[in-house]
Write a protein that binds this ligand. Structure first.
Ligand code: PEP
Ligand code: MG
Length: 905
């Protein structure tokens, strides 16, 4: 059978249907479906996306037979609508619109009022009894056709639109300000002037022949698939170029023929809150674009009930019918022409995270969908919105309008924060102690900034990507963060930050929208979200929040997700309060406790520095003896917070230079503690310098060269476990994790040393305790030799931050300056530090998991890199059969939902 290129719809029938979206595009498929189920749709036809592909593959020509199909289809439209294309008495007018598989709002071209010419305009005037309406439609058509089909556009960004220029001149002569004040004669003059301008500038003549108009418009709409706007939109939204657009040709209906006409847009439920009420706007005697253009203020849809009760009822019935049919919230466009209702479009409506949850849960209650479908309906990342503190929407919009938007960076930690600028961690702490909200602004952050980050409401950095130190710590702490904002010019010495032509001093207020990556001037009010209050609040406020619709929906959805998911969700936490939060968020255990983050609390850092700078073993052991009680206390706190859940504690990992003293005061302090001169300390600090610290003396290499460090840490872990077990009667499950192993012999040696300490401590206490010892897989060599490594490991945990860094040979701390361009230029589909690079890093993971389990059937395998909370990566982890993912506490719900979706896909 010959390929069919054109599908008609209208009059309660259609050749296409909803499931033919690939071929007919979203708009075309839904017009067909609406027609099929008896919703009044102006008749029309859809030219398939296959024609678009052919058009580009064959020098902008059409496949054989397609023209005849269009002619046949137009006859069908004429018959259904009772009008004739190009007829001098009763002309059929058409719209020609694009329609890709996924909607690309406003990116491609549209032609309206097609079929008008010097003859048919008279007929339209007679039929409508409204000369002004007819001539205004005609001048709009000539303008649109001149722009879209004949390419008469401004030649530069600064030039004003040639048609607008003429329009302004005519308005000036007529002495009016607005388009709708022009009279019939002015409009007639405009049509003439527009046509003359087209002829002058494009050397083409505006075609009076409707068929020529139609073919010109079809070609232009196919052509607009490859305009710059559409290409960029596809890049940003990951829409493949090969999809192509369909073209929808449809009979025009008019909402602007008089007071018995109207036009509007509506959602079948509230897209912001999800409330089940008809939500939308309309205008009487208006065209579709008037509703969105903002010149006239549209009325809420509820008023239609009073103004046109019969039509409102019909519209509301259609709303209910469409929801029942599509089983999802719809976004519709409608027009009322002379008291007859027409539906122009329906599609699944875009919604906020709040609405997504509420609608999904409500629709299960209403038996429109089942639990599994509800789970699939909610984008896991949308849960961020439910948890993040919120800006007062009106106040933010007003601030932006007033020019408050300064710059954009990476949306590294979602939510809204407002506070005073502070450039140093100590100052942040001090300011927070005074009760002032703080935004910590840094060129980049390092572990020593942690206390400042904790004290701050938000963190802003000039450098660094989505897994930079600032970003991952911020998310783990649930702090708002905008990272890698290159437009910032920070001067620590002067205590200033220049951005967007303004200079800010320490203490000035700024605001961060971490969900959008925006930096804003001044203070904008925020408040904690309802779900957060329900989960963590106390007393009456919490009780009230728990009863809220949003929280109820969130809790239901989470319960369903837990029912279906196979992956466990653990958390990355290194403070008891983080651990406790994670448990509330539903974490099953701790997958990564970074012990180095504990080295900055109180005056521990002095002891840490003593340890690093000591000359010999005796000196180091003296310093380590001071650290042991601190670490033990930390571990006791975290083990208590986690109860019987597993707690994976990673031994010291980062390069030592991160702990070295820098300022004269820090140097003096350590010198005093060690009884040497500051000069000695300075010299030692210089001697420890590394060119490439990320590949230097870090990870298990520290354990190899300074075994006493790991011995102290293991001792602290076991002693803490013993104490919590005996004193608090908690059946603790600590696990010891060794970082950055590249060779089985490293792990073998360090494991034996750890086992010795474990045996020694337990022996002394005459206790038994199972403590698993495993490793992170962070180096390609570790992944490739996983079969060997697994023989001496109880578990693997993929450190995908480092594994991505080492697999790509891409510094995670420097990539922020060039990686965005890789994504923008389409070299990489996404930042590999955000979503697992499945073809590269992912293959190493799969190989390591498979070969590791082949030599050790009991091997437990998880992930603790930042990817563990990113939905597509969570799904990948499910696919390759990991046991768990571990992520920062606020991402735990996101991972639970993503894991459930993975299990259902
Ligand atoms: C990792 O590398 O993925 C990891 C979790 O360790 P860190 O981020 O502390 O290097
Ligand atoms: Mg690592």
């Amino acid at each position: 059978m010959a390929t069919k290129y054109v599908y008609t719809f209208g009059d309660g029938k259609a050749e296409g249907e909803a499931k033919m979206r690939e071929l007919l595009g979203g708009k075309g498929a839904n017009l067909a479906e609406m027609s099929r189920i008896g919703v009044p749709v102006p008749a029309g036809f859809t030219i398939t996306t296959e024609v678009c592909t052919y058009y580009y593959d064959h020098k902008q020509t059409y496949p054989q037979g397609m023209k005849q199909e269009v002619e046949r289809a137009l006859k069908h439209v004429e018959k259904v609508m009772g009008a004739k294309f190009g007829d001098a008495k009763n002309p059929l007018l058409l719209s020609v619109r694009s329609g890709a598989r996924d909607s690309m709002p406003g990116m491609m071209d549209t032609v309206l009022n097609l079929g008008l010419n010097d003859v048919t305009v008279q007929a339209l005037a007679a039929a409508s009894g409204n000369d002004r309406f007819a001539w205004d439609s005609y001048r709009r058509f000539v303008q649109m056709y001149g722009d879209v089909v004949l390419g008469l556009k401004p030649t530069s960004k600064t030039e004003i639109d040639p048609f607008e220029k003429i329009l302004d001149e005519v308005k000036e002569k007529a002495g009016v300000e607005l388009d709708n004040e022009l009279g019939v004669e002015d409009l007639q003059k405009l049509v003439k002037l527009f046509k003359a301008e087209i002829k002058k500038q494009t050397k083409s003549i505006f075609p009076e022949d409707p068929w020529q108009q139609l073919w010109g418009s079809i070609g232009a709409v196919f052509g607009s698939w490859n305009n710059q706007r559409a290409i960029i939109y596809r890049r940003l939204n990951k829409i493949p170029d090969e999809w192509g657009t369909a073209v929808n040709v449809q009979a025009m209906v008019f909402g602007n023929m008089g007071d018995d006409c109207a036009t509007g847009v509506a959602f079948t439920r509230d897209p912001a809150t999800g409330t089940n009420l008809f939500y939308g706007e309309y205008l009487r005697n208006a065209q579709g674009e008037d509703v969105v253009a903002g010149i006239r203020t549209p009325k809420p849809i509820a008023e239609l009930k009073k103004e046109m009760p019969k039509l409102y009822k019909e519209l509301n019935d259609i709303r209910l019918r469409l929801e029942k049919h599509y089983r999802d919230m719809q976004d519709v466009e409608f027009t009322i022409q002379r008291n007859k209702l027409w539906m122009l479009q329906t599609r699944n409506g875009k919604r906020t995270g709040f609405a997504a949850c509420t609608i999904a849960v409500d629709m299960v209650k209403e038996k429109l969908i089942d639990e599994k479908t509800a789970i699939k309906r909610v984008d896991p990342n949308a849960l961020n919105q439910l948890l993040a503190p919120i800006f007062d929407t009106k106040k933010k919009a007003a601030a932006v309008k007033g020019g408050a938007l300064l710059a954009k960076g990476l949306p590294a930690g979602p939510g809204a924060a407002t506070g005073r600028i502070v450039f140093h961690a100590d100052d942040a702490e001090a300011m927070a102690k005074k009760g002032d909200p703080v935004i910590l602004v840094r060129i980049e952050t390092s572990p020593e900034d942690i206390k400042g980050m904790k004290a701050a409401q938000g963190i802003l950095t000039a450098k660094g990507g989505m897994t930079s130190h600032a970003a991952l710590v911020a998310r783990q702490m649930g702090r708002v963060c905008v990272a890698g904002c290159g437009a910032l010019d920070i001067d620590y010495k002067k205590g200033t930050m220049k951005v967007g032509g303004k200079t800010f001093k320490e203490g000035d207020f700024i605001s961060l929208d971490g969900s959008a990556g925006e930096v804003l001037a001044d203070k904008i009010d925020v408040s904690p979200s309802e779900v957060k209050v329900a989960l963590f609040g106390k007393g009456a406020a919490a009780t009230k929040a728990k009863r809220s619709r949003t929280y109820q929906a969130f809790a239901k959805l989470m319960a369903w997700a837990d029912k279906f998911r196979k992956l466990e969700v653990w958390t990355n936490a290194d403070q008891p309060n983080q651990a406790a939060d994670a448990v509330v968020y539903g974490a099953h255990g701790i997958g990564l406790c970074r012990t180095e983050h504990m080295f900055f609390g109180g005056d521990r850092i002095v002891a840490v520095r003593e340890m690093i700078l000591a000359d010999d073993l005796a000196g180091r052991e003296k310093a380590l003896a001071k650290l042991l009680p601190y670490q033990r206390k930390d571990f006791i706190g975290i083990l208590k917070a986690m109860g019987a859940r597993p707690v994976t504690i990673r031994l010291l990992d980062p390069p030592l230079h991160e702990f070295l003293p820098h300022t004269p005061a820090e140097i003096a302090e350590v010198a005093k503690a060690m009884g040497v001169s500051p000069k000695v300390i300075k010299a030692k600090t210089a001697a420890l310098h590394e060119f490439n610290p990320m590949l230097g003396h870090r990870g298990c290499r520290l354990g190899v060269t300074y075994p006493e460090i790991y011995r102290m840490q293991v001792r602290a872990i076991v002693e803490a476990a013993v104490q919590v077990k005996t004193v608090n009667k908690i059946n603790v499950h600590p696990e010891i994790m060794i970082p950055l192993v590249g060779h089985v012999k490293e792990l073998d040696m360090l494991r034996k040393e750890a086992e010795q300490i474990i045996a020694e401590v337990l022996g002394k206490k005459k206790m038994k305790l199972d403590i698993m010892i495993g490793t992170m897989i962070e180096l390609p060599r570790a992944a490739l030799t996983a079969g060997d490594i697994a023989k001496v490991a109880d578990f693997f945990s993929f450190g995908t931050n480092d594994l991505t860094q080492t697999t790509f040979g891409l510094s995670r701390d420097d990539a922020g300056s060039f990686l965005p361009e890789y994504v923008a230029k389409g070299l990489l589909p996404e930042d590999p530090f955000v979503a697992i690079d499945q073809n590269g890093v992912g293959r190493l993971m799969q190989l390591a998991a498979t070969e590791g389990r082949a030599t050790n059937a009991k091997l437990q395998v998880g992930i603790c890199g930042e990817h563990g909370g990113e939905p597509s990566s969570v799904k990948f982890c499910h696919k390759i059969g990991l046991n768990y993912v571990s992520c920062s506490p606020p991402r735990v719900p996101i991972a639970r939902l993503a894991a459930a979706q993975a299990a259902l896909e």
